[in-house]
Design a protein around this ligand. Structure first.
Ligand SMILES: [Zn+2]
Length: 363
């Protein structure tokens, strides 16, 4: 097994100092792993993860201790809130959960529908317990956080993605009612969990990609609700950041104008272009290819890709976080995750917001 390069700062010290504009030992680096990242390494079926606070704590601890990545905390992912609102999920042994039956059969069912009760609904009580235990274990050295589907992807999941996209043409008013409902549920869920756990949330919107929705659909049904989400969430937590999978470059301006604090782009997009267009307004995260490089690549290929990402965006005026272009894929080896972290430690050494790290010169 590869040996992990040990860092001087704790993740908590690193992130706080980097945010203040001070030099840190290594560029902030995250591995969005959780249920996809390392269950196979510990011989745990993926389906067991979802229902056990013990396993969640074990996995997060394993990732924290063996990779040193700066993030800590279970993601709510794309389906936790939809499940809490009535979607029926399937839980296979060797792959992540998926929606078996959407919560809504008709858009009329939105009217008067209850919102999320984080103390009772779906898997949220298990996740709360796991967060509390992680807080006890790592609270002094790590900052915890989580992420979840934003309103657009939540709405699409509640009604079924295909039917949702069709309805944007056939029943735009119904879709707006559903979007408002999904926005309320997402914001309130984050607010209530923040109240209990003190953590902040980022948003993921895979359904808002250029690969799935036109610019017209995006402007009418996505933008107003993302803006609302950002405004309302910023009242109780840090201004949220956003991830969208796939192609997004025709809608960067709209996304940035919604007021997000940072944008995590897919590896099919250019970090350098994003920096040049919007680096004075937002933090940037990305974007080593998750499957081709992080999971399937050699250690040399991983190091080359990490170096390339850092060269493209580490001098972003509002900061840069190195990470894969999407979730760490199921089946990624621990050696590959360590190779990724070690390349970050090497090329990203001596990092400061707005500057290229010293590690690029000496490496
Ligand atoms: Zn993604």
């Amino acid at each position: 097994m590869l040996e992990l390069i040990q860092m001087e700062m704790t993740p908590k010290e690193r992130l706080a100092a980097y945010a203040r504009g001070e030099e840190v030992d290594r560029i902030p680096t995250t591995l969005s792993a959780g249920e996809t990242g390392c269950l196979h390494l510990l011989g745990i079926p993926i389906c067991d993860y979802y229902f056990s606070a013990d396993i969640m704590v074990r996995i997060e601890s394993f990732l924290a201790d063996s990779t040193g990545a700066d993030n800590l905390g279970m993601g709510l992912g794309l389906r936790t809130v939809p499940e809490a609102l009535g979607c029926k999920l399937a839980y296979p042994e060797t792959s992540v959960s998926y929606v078996e039956e959407p919560a809504l059969k008709s858009l009329d069912e939105v009217e008067g529908r209850p919102h999320v009760d984080v103390r009772k609904d779906g898997r949220l009580p298990i996740i709360i317990e796991a967060f509390q235990r992680l807080q006890d274990k790592y609270g002094d050295v790590r900052t915890m956080g989580s992420g979840l589907a934003g309103p657009f992807t939540t709405a699409a999941t509640l009604y079924g993605v295909e039917r949702f996209l069709k309805a944007t043409r056939k029943d735009p008013e119904g879709v707006h009612r559903l979007m408002q409902y999904a926005t309320d549920c997402v914001v309130e869920c984050c607010r209530d969990l923040h109240e209990i756990l003190g953590i902040g949330f980022s948003l993921s919107e895979p359904v808002a990609s250029k690969d799935l929705v036109s610019k017209r659909q995006f402007n009418e049904f996505f933008v107003p609700y993302l803006r609302q989400c950002v405004e309302r969430m910023s009242e109780f937590q840090n201004v949220p950041s956003l991830h969208i999978c796939g192609h997004t470059n025709d809608r960067w301006s709209e996304v940035v104008e919604c007021g997000i604090s940072g944008f995590w782009v897919d590896n099919c997009e250019s970090l350098c272009d994003l920096k040049n267009a919007h680096g004075s307004s937002i933090g940037i995260s990305g974007n080593v290819a998750p499957v081709d490089v992080l999971r399937n690549g050699t250690q040399e290929a991983i190091a080359a890709s990490v170096r390339d990402c850092i060269e493209q965006a580490a001098d972003n005026p509002r900061g840069f976080t190195l990470c894969p272009g999407c979730t760490t894929p199921v089946g990624t080896s621990l050696d590959n995750m360590i190779a990724f972290m070690n390349a970050a430690a090497t090329y990203g050494r001596g990092a400061r917001k707005g500057c290229m790290p010293q590690g690029l010169q000496s490496a």
